[in-house]
Design a protein around this ligand. Sequence first.
Ligand code: SF4
Length: 435
Amino acid sequence: MNRAVVCAPLAVEGFALRGRVGPFPVVPTGMGPERSTAAAAHLGAGGSRPVLVAGVAGALAPGLRAGDLVVADEVRGPDGTVPVPTAVPLAAALRRLGLTVHVGPVLSAPEVVTGAAYARAAGTGAIAVDMESAWLAGAAAGGPFAVVRAIVDSPEHPLARPGTPLRGALALRNLRRAAPALRDWLAATGERTVLLAEPRSFCAGVERAIDVVDRALDRFGAPVYVRRQIVHNAHVVRRLQDRGAVFVQEVEEVPRGARVVLAAHGVAPAVREQAAARDLAVVDATCPLVTKVHAEVRRYAGRGDTVFLIGHADHEEVEGTVGEAPGDVVVVEDVEDAAIVEARDPERVAYAMQTTLAVDEAEEIAAVLRGRFPTLTPPRRDDICYATTNRQRAVRAVAADADLVLVIGSQNSSNSKRLAEVAAREAPPPTCSTT
Ligand code: SF4
């Protein structure tokens, strides 16, 4: 059972949200530290629970205007600081509602901050000030905790001014507008089942490439030069850099006679020639399944075919594969391309694929090509590698049962992007992320 609760210190704040945050109770907790402490003791008595504090606040940082929302990423009180790790996704959900949102520390002061106290409070680096959140954090008792405050006053527009009722009404209106995002946050804090796709994580080709660089470092010591990212994964690249790997874009950047590792995605023959011209000691980490596609393209081009390469023109693997026969390979990125591409001789045509495409999308493109070129020669065996296919199948299975699919990978990873697309196609509308 989800015991999430909204703490609204003032009655007007509770009124703004009551009935708008789904089944979750909006509890009036009272103004100031004493009432907040008592409410926290009462609410937290049954053990940890998700707590969302919602109300109004004073601005401390410049640029905050009446009605803006502040989402605390930490709450600072007299007894210490409470981190609020869910601030960023909650702020993003609020921004999607068209609200102006600032994320930063919120200071909880024991009394109304006015005059010189404002400057002192602003000097702490907090962006807003309230009188309850630090004490209400105790109600969560270690459970999920969030603070959303709508700005009413600021050093330029203090509370004791005629404009305060108008600014207060604006703040409460925006708190009301925030209700759908607050409701979703509360709902998301309930018990969750995490489904892990199987298989996941690195494929054998990537494991091998990483291992090649590690072994080169073990055996020859730093520096070991690596052309391009050995794999499209920022964490792996950083770890290898820390060990002494130096990543370069082109072999021209490698000192003559040095050792260079070629990444898993493969390279054009011209790159090997450049490496030889510089007397580089080449360690080849190209995945054998990419090498297989290169061989295929060489064979088809060698017998005079135009080779349609289904893939993304700007991907390193495709650049390398095209380099096997630059005059004979035509990159086909989508069904639109497939509908218009031409061949020297429409009777002598073949196709190959980038290894990390989405299987269903690539098949659609191939079907258009087959429809236009009846004698089109397909790859002998599937070019989309077993690792890509299996992971897409696993994501599809998970997406069918999930509310949200998270794909954890790098933005420049073709595999990660395709997995997010596959999940989105499988069960719309889950939110699929690549990070
Ligand atoms: S071709 Fe497949 S197995 Fe090889 S590195 Fe690429 S994704 Fe991994």
